[in-house]
Write a protein that binds this ligand. Sequence first.
Ligand SMILES: [Zn+2]
Length: 301
Amino acid sequence: MLRRGARVAVAALLAGCAAAPYTRRSQLILISPEEENKLGARAFQQVLGKSHVDGRAQVNGAVEAVGQRLARVAERPDYKWRFVAIDDPKQQNAFCLPGGKVAVYTGIFPLAESTNGLAVVLGHEIAHALARHGAERMSQGLVAQAGGSLLGAWLGGGPGPNTILAAYGLGAQLGVLLPYSRTQESEADHIGLLLMARAGYDPRGALAFWQRMERAAGGAPPEFLSTHPSHGTREQQIQAWLPEAMRYYEASAHAGVEPLPAIAGATPRSDRAHEFFTCNPFRAGVSAPFLVLSIPYDATG
Ligand SMILES: [Zn+2]
């Protein structure tokens, strides 16, 4: 009988190492893509069941058009892409779950301004899923908890949809904050920039978008308190990646730039928890170790 810690080590060896697309950063991931995609699909249904899917053709059409262009360059034939607009003008957020399940809250439309700005948002979110950042976080949680209750849950049937929701940045909806690490955020910025450029969206629009976000945030928390890069760091990094992105953009069939439809009730200022700004655990009064240890596991799997 192996000790629990040893069992995790064996699982890690069996799973092997993964590498993020484009950046080739090596990752320890203990969950198979098939398992992850299945969970993503179930979690997406769960979110849609609790949300008001936007019925306006113009709103959905913009999300679908930008999303499908990005999906074409994502090189994931195993993904069954879905793009949905959620009618929630107070929520400035978007997400992509494994398997290509994407939702955009209408509150982000005024900040995105155009289809090009929407490509920045969607590129960043799709990049988190392509680089399997949620699976990586779940795996880190398992290793950190070797011998603990998470492992028991894991061996007893594996993680459920709530786990994947928390790991893919939707923790606020579940009352659990589980932000991406700063490395993952920077990587999503980088990969997202290249994806949008390959899809024919002008990557220079990313700088303008993040500047609008900075104004909307009304002064972001200092970098050492936040898992997100500070705006200054983010803009410097994007500047550094732009020459690479521009080569993709120049070689691509350019997408037109269309203004997004106006959203009644949306405020340009952030007032609700969302992936882009509220990854500051200290502000939320939650201690950092809690973030690592609180990955929820569904007993039902
Ligand atoms: Zn992110």
